[in-house]
Write a protein that binds this ligand. Sequence first.
Ligand SMILES: [Zn+2]
Length: 249
Amino acid sequence: MGLIALPAALPAAEQTYTVKRGDTVFGIARSCGVSSSALAERNGLSRNYYLSIGQKLVIPAKQPARPAAAKPARPPAAAAPPRIPRPIQRAIDRASVRPGRWQYIVIHHSGVDTGTMKAMDHYHREVRHMENGLAYHFVIGNGSGMGDGEIGISRRWTLQLDGGHLASEAQDRVALGICLVGNFDLHKPDARQLESLRALVDTLLARCRLSPDAVKVHQQINIVHTRCPGTNFPTATFLNSLKPPPPRK
Ligand SMILES: [Zn+2]
C-alpha cells in the first residue's frame, strides 16, 4: 500500500489497516515503512505479535528525525550483551516444573524462512491434528514474522505439557523443544538467534536442573528420519560452548 507523504508542517496522520489472511506484523510494518516494534506497540500487540484476520491496526505515523521529539513510552533497548529478556525469565520461572519432568532440551529449525507462533500453532493443530497445537515449547524468530532473536513461549511450556516435536510419544514426554525459524539446510542461523538460543538454553538448564549433556539437536535423537536443525546449524560449536572447558593435562 502506498502512503502519501505529507508536508512536514502538517501533523502526520495515522492510517488504519485491516489484517488479511497471511499478513504478519513484520510484513505490514515493512510495507508501511514503520518498524515492527512501533506497529506492535501502537496497537498493544502481545510479544508474539498475534494477529487475527479482520483485526484493525493503526499504522503509526513515521517519526521525523527530530531531536527532543516526544519521548517513546519505554526507553529504547540498551545495547547490552545478550541476556534473556526479563519477561521471558519471569515466564520461565512461573511455570511449575516438577523435579525430573524434563530430560532433554532438543533444538529444531522450522525449515522455512518466515514464521510466527500463530502460524505454526495453526499448522500443528489443523494440519497435523495435534490437539495441543504448536509442537514446541519455545520458538526463536529470525526477523521475518517474529523479531530477530525474539523468544516466544508456547503454552506447552506454560502448562508443562509434553512436546510434539519428536518421533515417539516416549521421547516427547521428556523433551523440551526449541524451534528456530529458518531453513538451516540453506543458510546459517543468524547471530541474534544463536545469542537468544544460548541465553534460553542456559536459563532452561538452570530451571530444570539439567546438565549440558541434556541439550541435543533433533538429528541426534531421530537419526534416520531428519537432518533437522539443518546442515548449517553449528551443532558441535554450540553444544561444546555449553560445557565447561576440559581440564588441562
Ligand atoms: Zn526437528
